[in-house]
Write a protein that binds this ligand. Structure first.
Ligand code: NDP
Length: 500
């Protein structure tokens, strides 16, 4: 049982008050490492969500936040970063218990979250109006940025705190008000974050928090004219549903969706670092990463040796509870999710892919209590297989082989998604040709998986619309307004005041 003041009930935060769900609903949050109940939290129903949107609407329309000087808003962002720093270990523990990821990963997440709050504080301080030369010295023409309004921020379960912070930090910096809805599976770190936002003194109604399933509260956040922007990170199907629901209101929608990310290895790439990068790219956080490199595309001449070494290394990955310092990766997020991953393993076999390693639940009785699944590699995969084309969101790596640069590129772009891709080669000119030709939002050359708050993150194709992080991540939360000020008005004379 997790007994931490940072996520203790009441857990809904509406108009600056911590409240229980109006209908008395609760939900048990389960530790995926052993199936135990971590916490029982408040579960919102539709009425709570409607109340949260109303609070955000009122705070935007009549509260001070959108009109607060940017320097003051920056102060709040920096204060939140400081509070996160002070609670770094507690936050990491909460994230590990809730998601299953290792404590090392959770600490990296928290540090990235702190960096994101600091980055947007800094970026907001550098934004200036743009003066436009109209050719008329009497006219002052300015392009200014204003907050977009009330935002619904909807996040997934794999990086709950990180994904939500990529939304909350720029939304606060821009002067928006918001309703945050974390995944029903992993809400605890978002509750803790909002406790810190409350401690930082952010005014009531600016940040509101509800926990519940998308099915229960989704429409209150997306099918309403009271929300100006929906920023969603999650699966492509849910993203499409949200875009359809929001369309009649012409609500802005920013979608960060899934990926099926190729990792292309040319024969001249450094062998050991390439194996290491493929292993990490595919199996970190048990593959529950939108940008996981789960599609290995490797040159014919090195493929056998490469796959054999990968399999050897994959079998040596230590998985176990995230709090155990010996664990290198944790469980899948839930039993239901493990069932889904297992169904993909069965599908791969039925499609004719060759199972090289993994593919069976661990025998260890301690691990059997949690939703663990071993790193699994399939060789002899073909581009038409569903296993190759669909996001499994688990520790499954598929292997395809290529002979020429053109074949590698064709395979790398043969996806409906377009979130991320990796290329490894010692040939700088080849590397440059590949990174420019790959149709993905992030492309790594001789690296994999890294990002920085200052560079945009997002996808081509079915991986979404819009960008998070970087200057574009702030622009998502801003409207652009052109102000034309004539300092010496004269009669225009278009209509001649005719005597008809
Ligand atoms: P889902 O699409 O199932 O859910 C995402 C969020 O949407 C959850 O909070 C969910 O609530 C909510 N939701 C579900 N239905 C609705 C609805 N009708 N209206 C409003 N909200 C709704 O994704 P997962 O949580 O399973 O996350 C995994 C997915 O996220 C993967 O596809 C992954 O690739 C993607 N992802 C993308 C990232 C990126 O940067 N591009 C980063 C991380 C993940 P609830 O679950 O509580 O019902």
């Amino acid at each position: 049982m997790l007994d931490d003041e940072l996520c203790s009930p009441p857990n809904l935060y509406i108009d600056g008050k911590w409240v229980h769900a109006a209908g008395g609903g609760t939900r048990e949050i389960v530790n995926p490492a052993d199936g135990s109940v971590l916490a029982t939290i408040d579960e919102a129903d539709r009425a709570d969500a409607v109340g949260a949107v109303a609070a955000a609407r009122a705070a935007f329309d009549t509260g001070g936040w959108p009109r607060t000087p940017v320097a003051e808003r920056i102060g709040y962002l920096l204060r939140i970063a400081e509070l996160l720093d002070a609670e770094r270990d507690a936050m990491a523990r909460i994230e590990t218990l809730d998601t299953g990821k290792t404590l090392r990963e959770s600490h990296i997440d928290i540090d990235d979250v702190i960096a994101v709050f600091r980055y947007y504080a800094n970026l907001a301080s550098t934004q200036a109006d743009r003066l436009v030369d109209t050719g008329d010295p009497a006219v002052i023409s300015r392009v200014v940025r204003e907050p977009v309004g009330v935002c619904a921020l909807i996040a997934p379960w794999n990086y709950p705190l990180l994904q939500m912070s990529w939304k909350i930090a720029p939304a606060l910096a821009a002067g928006c008000t918001m309703v945050a809805k974390p995944s029903e599976v992993t809400p605890l770190s978002t509750i803790a974050l909002v406790k810190l936002i409350d401690r930082a003194g952010v005014p009531p109604g600016v940040v509101n928090l509800i926990q519940s399933s998308g099915a229960t509260v989704g429409s209150a956040l997306t099918d309403t004219p009271d929300v100006d922007l929906i920023s969603f990170t999650g699966g492509a199907q849910t993203g499409a549903t949200i875009a359809r629901t929001a369309a009649p209101h012409i609500t802005r929608v920013a979608l960060e969706l899934g990926g099926k990310n190729p990792h292309i290895i040319f024969p001249d790439a450094d062998f050991d670092s390439a194996v290491d990068a493929v292993l990490t790219g595919a199996f970190l956080h048990s593959g529950q990463v939108c940008s996981a490199g789960t599609r290995l595309i490797v040159h014919d001449t090195i493929a056998d040796r490469f796959v054999a070494e990968l399999a050897r290394r994959a079998q040596r990955i230590r998985f176990g509870p995230g709090l155990d310092p010996a664990s290198e990766t944790g469980p899948l997020v839930s039993e239901q999710h493990r069932d889904k991953v297992e169904a993909y393993v069965a599908l791969g076999i039925s499609e004719g892919a060759r199972l090289v390693t993994g593919g069976e639940r661990p025998a260890d009785p301690v691990l059997r209590a949690g939703s663990f699944y071993p790193p699994t590699i399939f060789d002899d995969c073909r581009r038409w297989m569903r296993l190759v084309q669909e996001e499994t969101f688990g520790p499954i790596l598929t292997v395809e082989r290529f002979g020429t640069e053109a074949q590698a590129l064709a395979l790398g772009n043969d996806t409906a998604y377009g979130l991320a891709a990796g290329v490894r080669t010692a040939d700088a000119a080849l590397g440059e040709r590949m990174v420019r030709a790959l149709r993905h939002g992030t492309v790594w050359l001789n690296d994999f998986g890294y990002y920085t708050p200052a560079a945009e993150w997002g996808g081509f194709g079915r991986s979404g619309t819009g960008r998070e992080l970087g200057p574009s991540g702030l622009a998502e939360y801003q409207e652009t307004k052109h102000i034309w000020h004539n300092t010496a008005p004269t009669v225009g004379g278009w209509f001649a005041d005719n005597d008809n």
